[in-house]
Design a protein around this ligand. Structure first.
Ligand SMILES: Nc1nc2c(c(=O)[nH]1)N[C@H]1C(S)=C(S)[C@@H](COP(=O)(O)OP(=O)(O)OC[C@H]3O[C@@H](n4cnc5c(=O)[nH]c(N)nc54)[C@H](O)[C@@H]3O)O[C@H]1N2
Ligand SMILES: Nc1nc2c(c(=O)[nH]1)N[C@H]1C(S)=C(S)[C@@H](COP(=O)(O)OP(=O)(O)OC[C@H]3O[C@@H](n4cnc5c(=O)[nH]c(N)nc54)[C@H](O)[C@@H]3O)O[C@H]1N2
Ligand code: SF4
Ligand SMILES: [Mo]
Length: 749
């Protein structure tokens, strides 16, 4: 028997804690935290319920271990176990035929959150000739990246230190979503005075009284989706009271006079009315944030608000800039592009740009989130040697891709590869996604489990997971930071690393030249090479990291003059000519919130005793992650039901109490949740997302229970109410109809 102790990582969230695996004859028999490598934090590990489950998950009875091919009707559950060669040969052959018939855009892909490295899929898609990768970009990552890039010339990170005067936590609840060092840091900072060190004041902007709000000095609970008005009111106070950084504004901001005019009407009193907050609180927070250095972090509370997403992010950027809280220690810092091979080169989107551009469905719909939009931003950045990844930022709009699946217009999309996502639960408009996927000629799903999405596939390909594969998390390469480590063992059974699957398909489809590295580890070593770090050193340290420098705009450029910002004007663009040219606004103006219920639907439901209420969805909750970990019995015991949270007064209006069942509905569908009263804005309901029954037989006719408590049966990605430049749809700042029901939910059994 061989017995070794090997470094590896937990990948049950994006934090990738370092672990030490005891491996006997290729099987992992024990896992422990590894204090010698990044990331390691004893408190994080002590507070995390997930990492100990790696062992169970590695060899769980419900894991997919062999490639499966559908032999019955779609979704019927008749599968044949096939070899990898059979599976990949047949998939490649069918893809080649479909491409021959319909053109290369006929293949689409779908991805989820940052569960893995997606560039191998993107490389495969680029060389197949399809721009139709659908992701969660428009509602998760892109709004911030786009607006930072357009305003500052690159993306920013937060730099909270003991110097920081005020920390603004805006539409994010790191207590549940990022139970890591950042949240520990916030907790420690909120523990004021105890260690004698001055700590920042904490401001939380969230309609719910979250764990983060509980440690805040000021909690603002605006009406969902009105954050742009709130941000503009902060800007108004900062300007009217002369609290801005006059030197920075004079030397490094473009469009300040226009901005001053623009925000005149956005007074604290106006914000008080629109956002339903206290005008004095608005003044107070603006003054707090203007004390340099102060830092701001935001999350999906302002990423998933449809039309309002870009104006809100632009207003956030403007606030950071005029208060001088940019590229300064203790505030927010402009990241450095990666010194390792950039995502843009890994994904190979440029060599095939011509065909991708021509087939790009977004171009005439979402002009920023398209190859033309990418070009407009690329031009300004190029002179500073900065290059954004293209596949995420041009990712296809789901409404357009679903439409092409449904109608064949403007060209037929007949095949789909799904990697690391469960779109029947996590994408908007489940009914529509279901119908579109059921109608495909070829659906291939790479996953660990037979999810509801996998259940209707033609092929289910079993992926190797954390511990059995190496990890290299680089967040699209927009910072000079990658972290992760090696696999502890070879994949169990016949599971494969996703890289090997896309390389395998690529090699069968004429992509021999673009996959020189045989394994994912070799590809990672190649990625690291420009930094001078080898794969072994990376695995030993757990990361490859260069901290960003501050005040970079003042450093001399090639001509000896300060190099400024990587924008067209070389300054921070408070007013944006680029957005104007793309059909957007020079300066941010708030838009309408999306309605899921048509007036006719509201009237009909009201006549049946339903109430029309505001809705936000998907607030993160430990120990789950989207639709994952519901298969872990201890977790289900601790957190057994999907919840609809509301204030006691809202509950009273609806005639419900804690533990009752609430049905919610929109024009699109209906779902049921258990009522929990919490401290949250009056008239607002927050519901969980991601719920299904992994423990059911997914082929028993109920598709894992996705029609029962899945909020995405109500949501919609339709373009007509999406943000106009990026195409962001809404998971927050929505409405729904609600009514008590006596239905007994399957979760209660
Ligand atoms: N446990 C767990 N952790 C996760 C995930 C998970 O599924 N489970 N998912 C991961 C992923 S993919 C992501 S993107 C991140 C997201 O991480 P976060 O952005 O921190 O997400 P949440 O914890 O949901 O916090 C968002 C907050 O915004 C508030 N909010 C809703 N609408 C509005 C609004 O209109 N305005 C304002 N100001 N606030 C609003 C909600 O009440 C909520 O508390 O979490 C990651 N971490
Ligand atoms: N209503 C509503 N909808 C939302 C949100 C919301 O807040 N409200 N949040 C949105 C956001 S921000 C996000 S990011 C998405 C998240 O949505 P998804 O990323 O789709 O969510 P998950 O349920 O985590 O799906 C991940 C799937 O990938 C599998 N998996 C994990 N790792 C790997 C891997 O390495 N390889 C392969 N092949 N498979 C893997 C898991 O088994 C699981 O089935 O949901 C979005 N949808
Ligand atoms: S789930 Fe996240 S925080 Fe917990 S151990 Fe794994 S990587 Fe670390
Ligand atoms: Mo996300």
């Amino acid at each position: 028997m061989t017995r070794e102790v090997k470094p590896t990582n937990c990948h049950f969230c994006g934090y990738l804690c370092a672990l030490l695996a005891t491996v006997e004859d290729g099987r992992v028999v024990d896992l422990e935290p590894d204090p010698s490598r990044y990331p390691y934090d004893p408190q994080v590990l002590a507070g995390c319920r997930r990492w100990r489950k790696n062992l169970d998950v590695l060899d769980g009875a419900d894991r997919m271990n062999h490639p499966l091919k559908r032999v019955g009707a779609r979704g019927e559950g008749k599968w044949q176990r096939v070899s990898w060669d059979e599976a990949l040969d047949d998939i490649a052959c069918r893809l080649a035929e479909l491409r021959e018939r319909h053109g290369s855009g006929t293949l689409a892909s779908m991805i989820g959150g940052p569960h893995t490295s997606f560039w191998p899929l993107h490389r495969f898609m680029s060389h197949f000739g399809s721009p139709n990768n659908v992701g969660i970009g428009q509602i998760c990552w892109n709004p911030r990246i786009w607006m930072d890039a357009i305003t500052f010339g690159w993306t920013i990170e937060i730099d909270v230190t003991d110097e920081t005067n005020t920390l603004v936590v805006w539409g994010t609840n790191p207590a549940e979503s990022d139970n890591s060092v950042f949240w520990r840091h916030v907790l420690r900072m909120s523990n004021k005075g105890k260690d004698g060190v001055p700590h920042p004041d904490i401001v939380v902007i969230d309609p719910r009284y979250t764990k983060a709000a509980r440690v805040a000095d000021v909690w603002l609970a605006p009406r969902p989706g009105t954050d742009c008005t709130l941000a503009l009111a902060f800007v108004n106070v900062v300007i009217e009271e002369g609290l801005y950084d006059a030197d920075f504004v004079r030397d490094w901001c473009h469009g300040f006079d226009e901005l001053r005019e623009h925000v005149r009407l956005f007074t604290p009193e106006h914000a008080a009315e629109v956002c339903d907050v206290d005008a004095e609180d608005v003044r107070k927070v603006a003054r707090m944030f203007a004390r340099r250095p102060s830092a701001l972090i935001s999350g999906r509370g302002i990423d998933q608000i449809g039309e309002n997403v870009s104006p809100t992010h632009r207003a956030r950027c403007i606030l950071l800039a005029i208060t001088g809280n940019l590229d300064r220690p203790g505030a927010n810092v402009i990241a450095e592009p990666s010194e390792f091979v950039q995502e843009l080169d890994l994904e190979c989107s440029l060599p095939n740009e011509g065909v991708l551009r021509e087939l790009c469905l977004n171009t005439s719909h979402t002009p920023l989130q398209s190859y033309d939009g990418y070009d407009a931003v690329r031009e300004a950045m190029a002179k500073a040697g900065r290059r954004l990844p293209a596949r995420y930022l041009t990712s296809a709009h789901p409404d357009l891709v679903l439409h092409a699946m449904e109608t064949g217009e403007p060209y037929p999309i007949r095949a789909l590869v799904v990697e690391a996502t469960n779109p029947l639960v996590t994408y908007a408009d489940t009914h529509r996604v279901y119908e579109a996927l059921m109608g495909l000629d070829l659906l291939v799903v790479l996953d660990y489990y037979l999810t509801p999405t996998a259940a209707i596939a033609d092929y289910v390909l079993p992926s190797a997971g954390a511990v059995e594969r190496a990890t290299f998390q680089a967040h699209g390469g927009v910072a000079n930071f990658a972290y992760g480590g090696p696999a502890a063992c070879a994949p169990y059974y016949e599971r494969k690393v996703d890289y090997d699957v896309f390389r395998g398909l690529g090699m069968r489809l004429g992509q021999q030249d673009v996959w020189p590295q045989e394994t994912f580890e070799e590809a990672c070593a190649y990625t690291l090479a420009p930094t001078g770090m080898d794969w072994e050193t990376y695995c030993e340290l757990g990361m490859c990291f260069q901290p960003p420098k501050f005040f970079k705009h003042l450093q001399p450029g090639p001509d000896g003059a300060p190099r400024g910002f990587a924008t067209a004007t070389g300054k921070v663009e408070l007013a944006s000519g680029l957005l104007e040219r793309l059909g957007g606004q020079r300066l941010p103006l708030p838009g309408e919130n999306r309605r899921l219920c048509s007036p006719a639907f509201v009237a009909r439901k009201e006549a049946e005793g339903w109430h029309h209420v505001e809705l936000i969805t998907g607030g993160r909750r430990q120990p789950y992650n989207a639709s994952m970990y519901l298969n872990i019995p201890e977790f289900r015991e601790a957190c057994p039901c999907p919840l609809a949270e509301m204030s006691a007064r809202t509950a009273q209006d609806l005639g419900v109490a804690d533990g009752d069942t609430l049905a919610i509905a929109s024009d699109n569908g209906e779902a049921c949740f258990k009522v929990a009263t919490i401290d949250i804005r009056y008239g607002l309901i927050h519901v969980d997302y991601g719920w299904w029954h992994p423990e059911w037989d997914v082929h028993d006719g109920r598709l894992g229970g996705i029609w029962e408590s899945n909020v995405n049966t109500l949501t919609s990605c339709s373009l007509d109410q999406s943000e106009a430049l990026i195409g962001t749809w809404s998971y927050n700042a929505l409405d729904c109809m609600a009514k008590k029901t006596d239905r007994r939910l399957s979760w209660e059994q």
